[in-house]
Design a protein around this ligand. Structure first.
Ligand code: ARG
Length: 509
């Protein structure tokens, strides 16, 4: 490479030279020659065929470059490095405890793996495409450092159980992080519900004003959805937290391994009990994606309401400036892009779920290379769900609720008509009849351009003799909500109970 650069030095036309160098660099990168710039940004050319493949013994020809590029997963599975090393350290400890490898070799292996971890952390490690994936990249680096000792690490394991282990370790950590982010957002919603305990708003069905409700009640509906998401993730964690390592390629091993010891070292609840299943199972990832799809569907519904409520038509909320964007042409615009993107990213997560389900469908047992396609959907789902939770949690406390307008709209559009019908029922009218009478009253109001509370007792008397003065207090939205008696209803006293219950679920603030 040095020779190559010095020969180029003799060129006199420097700008052209630079252009040429960069085009060579880019084309080589595309072809998979150059994998990573080093820590100083200097590109290192890897001699692709100097490293023998671990399976070279069986082959007469070298792997085609096109195949290397096509089959590699290092460009995305490098993010499993920490878990790969963690798993390998536990495996080495077990091999030594079981006297499958000498203790001195295990010490060298563990030391070497820790050094590699540091190199990766500080950006000094070079990931090589010709070494295919994270497992072989780390193993090759270890062998370079420790020679024969490193070559013993892969005893009694295969990449099939290794990759299943790494993905479980990764997803276990990320699932816990997502659970915690959900909990934080539930607390934010709870804070807002407490603040708006007594704020009235119109409740909707079919996006038509239906009955007055409390804003606190509406916000808590989202806290409930998120509670279910959190519980689903907790439940998925149970099945995720199972050790597949020791299943080896598919059939187990002839070595006297101690799988329970590895499970204990890595904090797994249990070991897998069928090696064929363990190397081919990605249910834990599918479960994670399906729970994520439900979770982001909830966030998308919330985002949609925020978008709707911030329109001129609703004017129920104003989004914080820091979380909206302007228009490049219309100076007056304040666009809810953040909420729109949360809604938009939902499709992407559904896609990932369908993508993995489709990958799995029809796969014969046990491991097949198709399974490598599990990672991109899982990684992107983790990133997307986390970023949505972080951004919505930041955005939410900045929302200004236009409580005046919400309260005013709560009593509009005959929203207390159901209260009239229930009043008549309490006076002895069968519900169906009471419903019909009230319907006729509403129609009368529409033709006379009156509100329910404008009707005189005489007018009401023409519809039913059961009406008394006490009907008027029921027509106010405040009364309507207060009069709700059922558990889980919108009555402020009930909402307060829901706040306390949810407070216990999400823990102390
Ligand atoms: N990169 C592979 C994956 O993600 C690792 C396992 C490879 N196993 C094999 N038998 N080729 O699935």
């Amino acid at each position: 490479m040095g020779k190559f650069i010095s020969c180029l030095d003799s060129f006199s036309h420097r700008p052209l030279l630079l252009l040429w160098i960069s085009s060579v660099y880019i084309s080589r990168k595309v072809l998979g020659f150059i994998v990573t710039p080093d820590s100083k940004g200097v590109c290192t050319e890897h001699r692709r065929y100097t490293m023998k493949k671990p399976w070279a013994g069986r082959f007469k020809e070298q792997t085609s470059r096109v195949v290397e590029s096509f089959t590699e997963s290092i460009s995305f599975d490098h993010r499993l490095w920490k878990y790969d090393i963690e798993g390998s350290i536990a495996h080495a400890k077990m091999l030594s405890k079981q006297r499958i490898i000498p203790k001195s070799d295990a010490v060298k292996i563990i030391h070497g793996l820790r050094e590699i971890a540091k190199e990766i952390e500080t950006g000094k490690f070079i990931f090589r495409e010709d070494l295919e994936d994270i497992h072989m990249n780390i193993e090759a680096a270890l062998m370079k450092k420790t020679g024969d000792a490193g070559g013993k690490l892969h005893t009694a394991r295969s990449r099939n159980d290794q990759v299943a282990l790494d993905l479980r370790l990764y997803l276990r950590t990320e699932t816990a992080a997502i659970i915690s982010l959900i909990r934080t957002f539930q607390k934010t919603l709870l804070d807002s519900a407490i603040k708006h305990l007594n704020t009235l708003m119109p409740g909707y069905t079919h996006l038509q004003r239906a009955q007055p409700v409390m804003l606190s009640h509406h916000l808590l509906a989202y806290a409930e959805m998120l509670q279910r998401d959190r519980e689903r993730l907790q439940d998925a964690l149970k099945r995720m937290n199972i050790l597949p390592l020791g299943s080896c390629a598919l059939a187990g091993t002839t070595f006297p391994i101690d799988r329970s010891y590895v499970a204990q070292l890595l904090g797994f609840e249990d070991i897998s009990y069928n090696s064929i299943d363990a190397v081919s199972d990605r249910d834990f990832a599918v479960e994670f994606l399906s729970v994520s799809a439900i979770l982001i569907m909830h966030l998308s519904r919330l985002a949609e309401e925020l978008i709707l409520w911030s329109t001129e038509e609703f004017r129920f909320i104003e989004m914080p400036d820091a979380f909206t964007t302007g228009s490049s042409i219309m100076p007056q615009k304040k666009n809810p892009d953040v909420a729109e993107l949360i809604r938009g990213k939902t499709g992407r997560i559904y896609g990932h779920l369908i993508s993995l389900l489709t990958t799995m469908k029809g796969l014969p047992l046990s491991y097949n290379r198709d399974l490598q396609e599990d990672k991109v959907p899982v990684f992107d789902t983790v990133d997307t769900v986390k970023s949505c939770l972080i951004v919505v949690n930041e955005l939410f406390p900045g929302i200004r609720f236009n409580t005046e307008r919400m309260r005013a709209s709560a009593g509009d559009a005959f929203s207390t008509a159901t209260d009239i019908a229930e009043y008549l029922v309490k006076k002895g009218t069968p519900f169906r009849k009471a419903h019909e009478i009230t319907g006729r009253i509403v129609l009368y109001c529409i033709t006379k351009n009156k509100k329910l509370e404008d009707l005189t007792l005489k007018e009401l008397g023409t519809f039913s003799s059961s009406f008394g003065k006490d009907i008027y207090s029921l027509l106010k939205a405040e009364e309507s909500v207060k009069n709700k008696k059922s558990a889980g209803s919108t009555a402020p006293a009930e909402v307060l109970k829901q706040i306390k219950r949810m407070g216990k679920k999400v823990g102390s603030r």
